[in-house]
Structures are given as structure tokens and as C-alpha cells.
Ligand binder design. Sequence first.
Ligand code: PMP
Length: 304
Amino acid sequence: MPKFAYFGGKFVPIEEAKISIMTHAFNYGTGAFEGIRAYWNDEEKQLFVFRMQEHYHRLYQSCRILKIRLDHSVEKLCDITCDLLRKEGYKEDTYIRPVAYKASEGIGVRLHDLEDGFCIFAVTFGRYLEKEEGARAAVSSWRRVDDNAAPARAKITGIYVNSALSKTEVVERGYDEAIVLTQDGHVSEGSAENIFLVRDGVLITPAPFENILEGITRKTIMEIAREEFGIETVERQIDRSELYIADEVFFCGTGVQVAAVIEIDGRPVGDGKIGPICKKLRNLYFEIARGKVDKYKHWCTPVY
Ligand code: PMP
């Protein structure tokens, strides 16, 4: 349990960071948020926040779409986040949750003429998916929201009803994670993570127009695959049946990190074990995120 939150422009004890039942965002899902990880590096006795600027930059973009005004610059938000982590004194892996939201109290669906609120809390956090080395996935019958209905490129609280419906559907059927298709039946992403396929040594991932969240881990994976292993990524439309014939499939995201998918809809992926490309990308991802690779240390902000 965290001890503090940043709320109403200052740090307060977590018990005091409360909103009214009449809050607009609570009633209508009009909030934008981020999920950011900080990794503890035991050799350096240092906590590193991974790609924090990029996350706050995306929060800005989500807020533009929702007409939410953020009072602080990206740099200031990064400083506040580090201050919060220092106040908590965390010396283990942490998950940071900033939320910008429509804070007015009262009835009336809209985005205009409302007050904006902002808060951050941070919790210690391990795995999001228990079976990161071999998750079993199923295609959900729920389709991904379309950009012209609710823009998935923005990380909007209300849109996560779409994720929750798909996740629960497949978990209740005994799977670990959901794969969600677009309205026209092509692969979009996982319930809360992006997806990659490997076919003939090439990475394939849905393009942003497939109603994905433009993931920061996705970008990281594409960058390190090319730079460190000479593996190119093709961003294109992916048929559902390609999931069944891919050599490897994996999810990636801040929460899920890099998780191998070893079974989809009752069919083994490849030989039903974590594949070699996923394995080496996953290992390198953790080294980089934990601040152990000098070349990528600029992605890691030290807290202490
Ligand atoms: N898609 C969805 C729907 C997500 O919720 C997330 C997690 N933020 C991602 C993809 C991965 O994005 P990122 O790598 O920026 O965490």
C-alpha cells in the first residue's frame, strides 16, 4: 500500500486522496492515464524509471483528445514522479499511475466546460501476467473499439471497459490473456498489451491504424530488435489465421513486459515453448529497463 499520492497539486497522505461519487470521470470514464514502471537495480542501489518522458508525452496526447489541460510540463511531471518515489522510499520494482481527469461534480456528458484534475500514485509491483515465459491466449469475441467511436490511441479510462470485457471473457474460459480483433476481423492487440508475431525471422506487428495503443514497449522492441539483432519489423494488417501458423508470438507492454504466447485458441504456437527471438528480446529488454546497458541508459531516469 502506498503512503502518499500527488493530488490537487501537492503530496498528501494516500488516505486523503479521495474523489466524490459525483466526479465526472467516475461517472463517464473521462480520464486519461499512464502506466509507468520503475526498476530497482540492486548493484547500483538505484531505482530507474523507464522511458518516463515518453509516457508523459503520450499522456499529453491523450489529454489533447479529451480536452484536458495539464498544468505541468513533461519535465515537471517527471520531477514530481521522482519526488513521489523518493517520498515512498521504494527500493523494489514499482508501477506508477498518473491520471488526468474531468474533475467537475455533476450530471452531463461532455468534454467542454469542466474542471480538470490530476493525480499520481505508485505501488510496488511484480508481474502483470503470471506466465510471462509461456502464456495461453484466446481470441476474444469482443472487438477492439474503433478510432471513430472511442480512439484507442489515447489511453482513456472509459475505453478500458473494452479491455476488461475481453480479458474476463477469456480468463473465465481458462486462458491467461485475450487477443482482440478489429471491427473488420484483423489482429489489433492484447487486452492491455501490444502483440508481435515472428514469421521467417521477421517481426510482424499491427500498424497504428489497427486501433492499437501506440505502445512505448512496442517502440522499444522494434528499436532494439533492429539495432541489436538486425531484425526488422513489418507493421501491417494481420489475419487471425496467421496467429495459428506463426513461429513465435509475444505480447509486450509496460505491465506485461515481454511475455511469450505459447498457445492460441487451443493450438500450440511454434513448438509450444518460448521461441528464440522472443527469448533474446525479453532478456535484453529487462537488462535495458533495469539500467544495465550503457547504450540505453538515457531511457532510465535515476530516482535517488
Ligand atoms: N495496448 C493497451 C491496450 C495497453 O493498455 C497497453 C499498456 N499501456 C499497451 C498496449 C502497451 O503500451 P506501453 O508499452 O506503452 O505500456
